[in-house]
Design a protein around this ligand. Sequence first.
Ligand code: ADP
Length: 249
Amino acid sequence: MPHPTPHSADTDIAVSVQGVRKQFGELVAVNDLDIDIRAGEFFSMLGPSGSGKTTVLRMIAGFEEPTAGKILLHGADVTKSAPFDREVNTVFQDYALFPHLTIAENVAYGLKVRGIGKAERAARVAAALEQVQLAHLGTRRPSQLSGGQRQRIALARALILRPQVLLLDEPLGALDKQLREQMQFELKQIQREVGITFVFVTHDQEEALTLSDRVAVFNGGKIEQVGSPREVYEFPQTEFVARFLGVTN
Ligand code: ADP
């Protein structure tokens, strides 16, 4: 079935997922999905484990190729582009920091591999560490930091590359409840400050509803509903959404 692309030339759309399907052998992980994510918005993909959220994120990042369909970033078709060639960056739940490098070296890593000179690297690392309030920890190693600090470093490392879109895969999943709430607040602050598009994967409905401008509720590789937290919470359009969000009326 052909998929219309009404927004493909619209620069207000940061990420456009058009008729995307992903199969792993017989398993359909993502089923003919369409999503338009607006530039500058905090967009969450919410749903139970196995509903296809991470697979969509990985296709936007370029780690997986769709079986069918297209992915556009700011109007450009990147379906076949390598991750390195996309103006996106990913923050993973396990932070993926290099244990043998200092914090400053970890944050500078992406700049170094892109050939950015030492003076500019130092200035940008200082600014990025400042942004996540860890300017004093640049000489430490990841093992000397708390979980919350490591998460902030992972964020600084991703933001320093000035991506158009930041993809966050359950970034707060490893933190305890109190720290999680504090980091939610910080994430939101940082997103407002930098003004870039955040695409956030979570199975935690409270987290999605607190943070997001819009939420897509996933079920079985499809989206049940997309809307503002208020819309999906107050006007769930399907039984599944109502149940998943725990709406009792
Ligand atoms: P979620 O992020 O919502 O938990 P995923 O996108 O990780 O869901 O997974 C969706 C489905 O695809 C699951 O059934 C999962 O087991 C399957 N899947 C994900 N990645 C792979 C893979 N590399 N190989 C085989 N199956 C996979």
